[in-house]
Design a protein around this ligand. Structure first.
Ligand SMILES: [Fe+2]
Ligand SMILES: [Fe+2]
Length: 173
């Protein structure tokens, strides 16, 4: 995906908060896993930047929101190949284990990661910051899936139009 351009566009204050995470090869490696209409990395940056901006406006712990949100889908596998049959309910715990193995996390960051799939996955949020990231993730995911649907529909419409045009030309010949 086009994440280098995305990274260059980041707010410098936000970029400083997540710098140690974004420098890690495994976090950048999330760009190798497709997620909705983009990659796990660009999806996570989209959730993290939006949630961070909202957290600042709401007076919440914006730094933990930025870091936790960036790692909320840090499960590091292609969920479409069936690697984890319990992906919908289980990937938050996998992401937390991966994040704990690589970074020092505070309790808010850990809760953001492990509870982001509520109500599909457990546990319920222990902090307002977790509820915020979970809501933003659902919003961003819905937009991404909708975009994917529109693009698929557009390609389908184009393919149908091309066939009809070819048939029309053939019938006139
Ligand atoms: Fe997720
Ligand atoms: Fe997500």
């Amino acid at each position: 995906m086009d994440y280098p351009r995305y990274l260059n566009d980041l707010d410098p204050v936000y970029a400083a908060v997540v710098a140690t995470l974004l420098e890690h090869a495994d976090v950048r490696g999330m760009d190798g896993f497709r997620h909705h209409d983009r990659t796990a990395l660009t999806h996570s940056i989209g959730v993290s930047t939006r949630a961070w901006a909202l957290a600042r406006r709401l007076g919440l712990d914006a730094e933990s929101v930025a870091r936790g949100a960036l790692l909320h889908d840090f499960f590091l596998y292609d969920w479409r190949d069936g690697t984890n049959p319990r992906h919908p309910t289980g990937h938050a715990r996998v992401a937390l284990a991966n994040a704990r193995a690589r970074f020092e996390l505070n309790p808010v960051e850990e809760d953001i990661i492990v509870s982001h799939m509520w109500p599909i996955g457990k546990p319920f949020y222990s902090y307002s910051e977790s509820a915020l990231v979970s809501l933003v993730d659902k919003y961003v995911s819905t937009m991404e899936v909708a975009l994917l649907f529109v693009r698929t529909l557009r390609s389908f419409g184009y393919a149908v139009a091309q066939r009809l045009k070819a048939r029309l030309i053939a019938s006139r010949a």
